[in-house]
Design a protein. Structure first.
Length: 280
């Protein structure tokens, strides 16, 4: 088994002095490798729990794998801690879509490490939770994306409760708890403004009815964060879907942070993902 090479990268965006921090993982190859971009979810980050392990597994399977932090996800330069909460407060789907567009630009212009070993013409997105919605949105707007894999994905971007929205509207900002870190995570009114200004663009279930690229839906049947019925709604909307429900899998496939090792459910998710990507 070849050793996976990991190279860090930083991409800048002129808007708000944003920076995308990430890594490229791949095994040495004589031919350019198909590209897989992993998208983390809400309150997630590229080094959370299973992400490095999954990236290594996909790289071992013959893909150039890009993991990254969305530029406004709140994680600081150490890649581990939420030290940029004011950025988190202003993080919108529009900004996350800009981040993905910047990564695609970097792929095309060979700005990333190991660019000669990466084939941007064969591109797949893998999104977990909110990252699944971002992957679908980006694929709908960018024909360059050949395949999408959804890991316990949400089906609509607007998941805020009416009570939270009312607090944000009234006070300009409200907080939600991060059970893992004990932090109060701020949400600014701008986040709601983005959801409302892009209501039609973010109507995923409606827009996906005409989508023609292959989509793999993987969902844990024990997911309490995003119920399995969400996967059924996505499957009903996507003509080209393949769907697998993973027995006993929760929202993170049984994995925790810090990572304590793989699980049968995580291995099943990776196995289905690799199989689906073989035609990339």
């Amino acid at each position: 088994m070849s050793e996976v090479e990991t190279d860090p990268f930083h991409l800048s965006l002129p808007q708000e002095e944003r920076v995308i921090r990430g890594e490229v993982r791949l095994t040495p190859s004589t031919q350019p490798l198909p590209t897989v971009i992993l998208c983390h979810g809400f309150k997630g980050f590229r080094r959370w729990g299973f992400f490095p392990y999954a990236a290594e597994a996909l790289a071992q399977a013959g893909f150039a794998v890009i993991t990254f932090d969305f530029s406004m996800n709140g994680i600081g330069a150490d890649g581990e801690n939420f030290t940029e909460l004011d950025r988190f407060a202003h993080n919108t789907y529009s900004r996350e879509q800009e981040d993905l567009a910047r990564i695609l630009q970097a792929l095309k212009q060979q700005e990333l490490p190991q660019s000669d070993a990466i084939d941007p013409q064969r591109l797949a997105l893998v999104g977990h939770s909110r990252g699944g919605a971002n992957s679908l949105l980006f694929a709908l707007d960018h024909r360059e994306v050949d395949r999408v894999i959804l890991w316990n994905s949400i089906a609509r971007p607007d998941l805020f409760s009416p009570e939270l929205k009312e607090r944000i509207r009234r006070e300009g900002r409200a907080t939600i708890p991060n059970a893992r870190t004990g932090q109060d995570m701020p949400i600014d009114r701008e986040v709601l403004d983005d959801l409302e200004a892009n209501r039609e663009r973010y109507e995923l279930l409606q827009r996906l009815k005409g989508y023609e690229k292959p989509v793999l839906i993987l969902h844990g049947d024990a997911d309490l964060s995003v119920p399995p019925d969400t996967a059924k709604r996505l499957a009903a909307a996507i003509p080209t879907h393949k769907t697998h429900f993973l027995a006993g899998a929760n929202h993170t496939f049984g994995a925790v942070h810090p990572f304590q090792g793989t699980t049968p459910q995580l291995e099943e998710a990776v196995r289905h993902t690799v199989s689906f990507l073989q035609k990339l």
